[in-house]
Design a protein around this ligand. Structure first.
Ligand code: THG
Length: 287
C-alpha cells in the first residue's frame, strides 16, 4: 500500500484537509485573467468586482478552495496579486492557492495571506527552487510542485516522476515535509496530442506509488482547443480522481464537471450514505 499523506491548508477561520480517503477538494479556477479580456481590463484598472463575484459564485457552487491568479501582462504583479488576494479574503473564507509565475508575486502574496496558503507553484528549475521554497518554508505554507524543469516538460511519466522526486528532495533539505507538497503531473491539451491524458494519468499513479503525496492538476487544460470541453473535462476528471488526484483546479460552476467529481467520489467510497451527492442534487433542484 502506498502512503496517503494529509495536506492541511487554512484561511483565518477555515481548515481544509486533503488526502485520498476524503472527498475531492475542488480548487476553483476562475479567478484568472488568462483568456478573459474583461477580467484583464478590470484588474488593470484596479476594479475587483468580477473577482469578488467569481469568488462568491465558485464557493456557492462547491469550491473548497480558490486559485487566485492576477497575471495581467504589463501589470506590477506583486502589487496586483496582493490586492486581488485581499479582495477575495474580504468576501470568502475558503483557503486560497496563490497562483503566479512571478516568484516576487508569490512572496508578496504570502505576506498578506492570513492562514496557511497553498503556493502555486514551484517547479524543478534551479531558479524556481531557489526563489520559491525559502518563502514557503518561512511562512509555513504548502506548495504545488510542477513536473517540469530546466529541460521543459518531460514527455514520459518516468521523466515527470524524476522531477517530482527532485522537488520533494530539495524541499526536504529546507525542512518542508512531503505533506506540504502537492504534485502537479501537468496536463497538456489533447487537442495537440491525444496521448496527453494517458501520460498525465500514469504520472499520477507513479508519483503516488513512490511518495504518497497529494496531487493537483489544471484539469481544464486537457481540452483546450477542442469543442464541447465540458464533457471531456467531466470524464477526464473522474478518471484522474480514480488515479489519485485529490485537489484538482477546475470550474465548479460547470454542472457536468461538479457532478462528475461527486459521482467519482461516490464510486470511490468517499461519500458516506451519498450525502454529498444528494445535497448537491437538492441544491440544483432549488435553483
Ligand atoms: N497547474 C497549476 N496551476 C494552474 C494550471 C495548471 N493554474 C492556471 C491553470 N493551469 C488552471 N486554471 C485554468 C483556468 C481557466 C481555464 C483553464 C485553466 C479555462 N478557461 C476558459 C478558457 O480559457 O477557454 C475561459 C473561462 C471563461 O471565459 O469563463 O479553460 O495546470 N498548478
Amino acid at each position: 500500500m502506498s502512503k496517503n499523506l494529509t495536506t492541511i491548508v487554512s484561511s483565518k477561520t477555515k481548515t481544509v484537509e486533503i488526502n485520498r480517503d476524503m472527498p475531492t477538494v475542488i480548487i476553483g479556477e476562475r479567478i484568472n485573467p488568462t483568456g478573459r479580456k474583461k477580467v484583464s481590463a478590470a484588474l488593470a484598472e484596479g476594479n475587483f468586482d468580477i473577482v469578488r463575484q467569481d469568488a462568491i459564485a465558485q464557493v456557492a457552487a462547491g469550491a473548497d478552495m480558490l486559485d487566485v491568479n492576477a497575471g495581467v501582462p504589463g501589470a506590477d504583479e506583486p502589487s496586483l496579486l496582493t490586492k486581488v488576494l485581499q479582495a477575495v479574503m474580504e468576501v470568502t473564507d475558503v483557503p486560497l492557492s496563490i497562483d503566479s509565475n512571478d516568484t516576487n508575486a508569490l512572496a508578496a502574496g504570502l505576506t498578506v495571506y492570513e492562514g496557511k496558503a497553498l503556493v502555486n507553484s514551484v517547479n524543478g528549475e534551479e531558479r524556481s527552487l531557489k526563489a520559491v521554497l525559502p518563502p514557503v518554508k518561512e511562512h509555513g505554507a504548502a506548495v504545488i510542485g510542477l513536473c517540469m524543469d530546466d529541460d521543459g516538460i518531460p514527455e514520459t511519466s518516468e521523466g515527470r516522476l524524476a522531477v517530482a522526486a527532485k522537488i520533494i528532495e530539495q524541499a526536504g533539505k529546507l525542512g518542508i515535509p512531503p505533506e506540504d507538497i502537492i504534485i502537479d503531473p501537468l496536463t497538456l491539451t489533447m487537442g495537440a496530442d491525444t496521448k496527453a491524458g494517458l501520460i498525465t494519468l500514469k504520472t499520477i499513479e507513479l508519483v503516488i506509488e513512490e511518495f504518497g503525496v497529494n496531487i493537483t492538476m489544471g484539469a481544464s487544460n486537457i481540452s483546450f482547443g477542442l469543442p464541447d470541453r465540458k464533457y471531456i473535462n467531466a470524464a477526464s476528471i473522474a478518471m484522474a480522481i480514480h488515479a489519485g488526484v485529490t485537489c484538482p483546479i477546475t470550474n465548479p460552476l460547470v454542472t457536468e464537471v461538479r457532478s462528475a467529481i461527486l459521482a467519482a467520489d461516490l464510486t470511490m467510497g468517499k461519500d458516506d450514505n451519498a450525502m454529498r451527492w444528494i445535497k448537491a442534487y437538492r441544491q440544483r433542484q432549488a435553483e
